[in-house]
Write a protein that binds this ligand. Structure first.
Ligand SMILES: Cc1cc2nc3c(=O)[nH]c(=O)nc-3n(C[C@H](O)[C@H](O)[C@H](O)COP(=O)(O)OP(=O)(O)OC[C@H]3O[C@@H](n4cnc5c(N)ncnc54)[C@H](O)[C@@H]3O)c2cc1C
Length: 309
């Protein structure tokens, strides 16, 4: 097999890069280790910044986002028993944020790619990258029971923090910086209408809490916890009780519902530089990671591939 750009990873970075290259008439093959179902259902980021929204729309994959995304013009900060609204749009020249889940962006990008007939392979195994310093880099992998070799001009490593691309760069050529924070976020996805139209970031003596949402029917809520917290210690009842305490405010009720998913995310900042080696270019979380506290990772991953494309 031969292509111009071999893209490893079909997360937001890899899929968006494939889209941008396709618009420019540059051929690419996208290789993804997991199944389509897994990639489309992996609950992660929720908030799109204006720059990401604009890029998705300009790339012809923003139609559903424009219809179903929830535009927010501000956020609430809560501390010492009071809420303070930060009017983002007023402060940022009319720019806003849009709540539109990562699952939905990924679905839209996958659908557009498959509809165009451009190659996107799921369930690839044993991906490895070779000849990075030569003019003829190569990706080897196994797919549908066959060993394959993909020749290309450039490899885009969009395979996230645990991928193979960064790990294939000789250690001496890479500088890394890392900080692990002494806390994590226990997050739930709940089948209940959000109790607030906007995000609420709450400071409480028992720890931080965040009220967020995914849609008019789905709430996304977080409580700060230990990074090694055992999720088994947190019954749904205990999670709701803690959320009620930390987000509670006189005259406001946090609505509870069925917990559809829960998990603990550790908080880490990580930077690897440079982001390229020979004809291998890293993008998205394959190079730096920011903790989800800033709702920044997916936006940054997409900004990366805009420049790389
Ligand atoms: C709980 C949580 C909340 C978050 N909230 C936000 C938010 O509100 N806003 C925001 O902007 N960001 C948020 N983020 C961060 C955001 O989800 C990530 O920054 C984003 O997924 C990065 O995209 P990516 O494409 O670089 O990497 P990934 O999404 O990790 O994609 C990498 C892909 O590569 C595949 N892969 C890995 N190894 C291989 C291999 N060897 N071969 C082939 N494929 C491989 C993986 O299966 C995956 O599909 C959040 C993250 C978490 C965990």
């Amino acid at each position: 097999m031969r292509t111009q750009v071999a893209i490893i990873g079909a997360g937001p970075a890899g899929l968006m890069l494939a889209r941008l290259l396709q618009i420019e008439g540059i051929e690419a093959v996208v290789l993804e280790a997991r199944s389509r179902e897994h990639v489309e259902q992996r609950i992660r980021a929720g908030v799109l910044e204006q720059g990401t929204v604009d890029l998705l729309a300009a790339s012809g994959v923003g139609e559903r986002m424009e219809r179903e995304g929830l535009v927010h013009h501000g956020i609430e900060l809560q501390f010492e028993g009071e809420r303070h609204r930060i009017p983002l749009s007023d402060l940022a020249g009319g720019r806003s944020i849009v709540v539109y889940g990562q699952t939905e962006v990924v679905k839209d990008l996958i659908a557009a790619r498959l509809a165009s007939g451009a190659p996107l392979l799921f369930g690839v195994e044993d991906v490895s990258v070779h000849n990075l310093e030569s003019e003829h880099p190569q990706v080897r992998f196994r797919h549908a029971g066959r060993d394959e070799a993909l020749e290309c001009d450039v490899i885009a490593g969009c395979d996230g923090f645990h991928g193979v691309c960064r790990a294939s760069i000789p250690a001496a050529a890479l500088r890394t910086y890392e900080r692990e924070y002494p806390f994590g976020w226990l997050g739930i996805l709940a089948a209940v209408a959000p109790s607030s139209d906007e995000l609420i970031y709450a400071h409480h003596e028992r720890g931080f809490a965040l009220h967020s949402l995914r849609s008019p029917e789905l709430s996304r809520l977080y409580v700060q916890c230990r990074p090694d917290e055992d999720i088994e210690d947190w019954s749904d009842a205990r999670i709701w009780e803690e959320l009620q305490i930390r987000l509670g405010l006189d005259g406001w009720t946090l609505a509870e519902g069925e917990v559809l998913e829960k998990g603990v995310t550790g908080m880490r900042s990580f930077v690897a530089e440079p982001m390229s080696y020979g004809h291998l270019y890293l993008a998205g979380e394959a190079a730096p990671i920011v903790p989800p506290t800033g709702a920044k990772g997916r936006n940054r991953a997409i900004a990366d591939v805009r420049i790389l494309a």
